[in-house]
Design a protein around this ligand. Structure first.
Ligand code: NAD
Length: 284
């Protein structure tokens, strides 16, 4: 897709961080923007900001872990704008902690927020785009954590590796059909966003059980500290919107942000090909 003016972009997780940057870039390119999020205050902030920008936009309060909310988002988009041209399947969360310590509810929270949400977005929006039969694009936000793995956040890796496998498979299927829908999978490294505060915006059904021993543990406290550190020392967000839109123009599938991870991804792939065992010292 090369022309954006007047077309319609839907962004999940658009009230903060990467989604917000994508929504801003879409508005800058004179797209009509649908900004979906579970953060009511964030959506209010975006309302005043986008009014100030004179943008054509709509905010939708929804929860990406609910399939019916994704259907409602699509319906509101079509009711207001009659079409959808770009879907940014972007909302996501991070929960550190080992799977034997982390309450099952938190594992469900991360699976549904990071993986089922992507699947729901595809399941609802692909048929709409197919029916339109116009040039469309879908960007699934995964992470570099879907291309290499580390200790400490296995559930996050599980969802991000899953996201990339899902995106690749759907992309093959669309190619086989000769579809006009193009796809990208966005795999950023650390970026300065509000991701380390995601617990403040959990859906009610996934509220933290503070009585659970995990939430009194050093593992939890250290995980939080580390998440805070890596996000606040990540790259600035300023160029993210522009580079993702450039990738859409170039029909680039894999979008990466941090060149320093490329040799590590290469080493991981080489290990697989050489059938060499993963070593915990690999990243040190
Ligand atoms: N920031 C990074 O360093 C980084 C690195 C790699 C990947 N990512 C990925 O980027 C995506 C966006 O994260 P971010 O860093 O911009 O974080 P963020 O917390 O700043 O933004 C995420 C947005 O998603 C929304 N959201 C969360 N759960 C939701 C739900 N159930 N329904 C609707 N909206 C929901 C939040 O309210 C928030 O506005 C995530 O998928 C994340 O995993 C981020």
């Amino acid at each position: 897709m090369k022309e954006f003016k007047g077309k319609v972009a839907v962004v999940t997780g658009g009230a903060n961080g990467i989604g917000h940057a994508l929504a801003q870039e879409a508005a800058k390119r004179e797209m009509k923007v649908v900004i979906a999020d579970i953060d009511k205050e964030g959506l209010d902030r975006v309302e005043s900001e986008f009014k100030g920008l004179n943008a054509d936009f709509m905010t939708v309060y929804m929860d990406v872990t609910e399939y019916s909310d994704m259907e409602m988002l699509a319906k509101k988009t079509i009711d207001k704008y009659g079409q959808v041209d770009i879907l940014f399947n972007n909302a996501g969360v991070v929960v550190p902690g080992s799977i034997w310590e982390l309450p099952l509810n938190d594992i469900d929270y991360i699976m549904q927020s990071n993986l089922y949400s992507i699947l729901y977005g595809l399941k609802v929006f692909v048929p709409i785009m197919e029916k339109q039969d116009t040039d469309c694009h879908i960007v699934n936000t995964a992470s570099v954590a879907g291309l290499l793995s580390t200790a400490g956040m296995p559930t996050y890796h599980m969802t991000k590796f899953g996201n990339i496998g899902l995106s690749e498979s759907i992309n093959y299927q669309l190619q086989e059909k000769g579809s006009k829908i193009k796809m990208s999978v966005f795999c950023p490294g650390f970026i300065q966003t509000d991701l380390h505060h995601c617990d403040d915006r959990r859906p009610e059904k996934f509220k933290i059980d503070w009585e659970d021993p995990y939430y009194q543990s050093e593992e939890y406290k250290n995980g939080l500290k580390r998440a805070h550190h890596v996000i606040t020392t990540g790259i600035p967000i300023d160029s993210v919107g522009m580079s993702v839109f450039q990738a859409i123009e170039d029909e680039q599938f894999y979008i990466l942000t941090h060149p320093q991870y490329l040799p590590i991804i290469g080493m991981r792939v080489k290990n697989v090909l050489d059938m060499k065992n993963p070593d915990v010292n690999f990243f040190k």
